[in-house]
Write a protein that binds this ligand. Structure first.
Ligand code: MG
Ligand code: MG
Length: 248
């Protein structure tokens, strides 16, 4: 079932989204060579709690941390640990926060120090792919229009579209209906309606789209070990388009 949120609920989702956004802003200056992903995780958890919210991912299906921290060829669901960031890495940080029963979900990929041109290209165009998907969001359009736009943009930039993982509805649960794939056929899938809240989240690889799961049963990596990026916003469908809930 796809939920349509009332104005009161959208306001709570807006507050949850804002906390996720602020957590990203808070972490940014710490994303430097030498810091461990566990240290980033601790900072994020403390910050989210200080905002009167709780981390959405901690304990979700048994996930052990606040952040998903995925470095280089890791696509999503990396578990924070003792690995130190080094210059030239890229790290995707996925953050979920729950405020008064409502969630926000946003991932962003960050460079660590100076990164090579290939990684710059990957980050830039994965971010652009997210905005290509967002452009399709308005009442009457379909979920398939979003995926089609993302896939078309990714393919025209020779990036691999991860298909096993998809965006989703967001509300009183971090993952709700509908699924929001990063591929699709125009004019197919559920119709977008005012008050629907969804997370759009392209995961693109510099190489092939094939994936593997590491032995920790969480971390998903690109099979060919090419770098991967992930950008995600939670948005609400408005009368004429959309409002980003996890942005400024
Ligand atoms: Mg996320
Ligand atoms: Mg998500």
């Amino acid at each position: 079932m796809i939920n349509i949120r009332s104005q009161r609920e959208v306001e709570l989702l807006r507050q949850a989204g804002k906390i996720v956004y602020l957590t990203h802003q808070y972490l940014k200056p710490f994303i430097k060579e030498g810091i461990t992903t566990k240290e980033l995780d601790k900072k994020a958890e403390k910050f989210i709690l200080s905002q009167g919210a709780t981390p959405s991912f901690k304990g979700y299906d048994g996930f052990p941390a606040t952040l998903c921290t995925s470095i280089n060829d890791e696509i999503v669901h990396g578990i924070p640990g003792n690995r130190k960031l080094v210059n030239g890495d890229i790290i995707s940080i996925d953050i979920g926060a729950c405020y008064k029963g409502y969630h926000g979900d946003s991932a962003w990929s960050y460079p660590v120090g100076k990164i090579n041109e290939d990684k710059e290209y990957l980050l830039e165009h994965t971010r652009c792919a997210l905005y290509e998907g967002l452009k399709q969001v308005k009442p009457g359009n379909h979920i398939g229009d979003i995926g089609y736009a993302i896939e078309k943009y990714a393919k025209s930039h020779q990036l691999g579209v991860v298909k096993e993982l998809v965006g989703h509805g967001v509300g009183c649960s971090i993952h709700e209906d509908p699924e929001v794939p990063n591929y699709g056929i125009p004019h197919t899938g559920p119709v977008l309606k005012e008050g629907m809240v969804i997370a759009i989240e392209p995961m693109l690889n510099l190489g092939s789209a094939e994936i593997c799961i590491l032995d920790d049963d969480w971390t998903i990596v690109s099979e060919d070990e090419s770098p991967s990026a992930h950008y995600e916003h939670t948005i609400v469908v408005t009368k004429t388009g959309y409002e980003i809930l996890t942005g400024e």
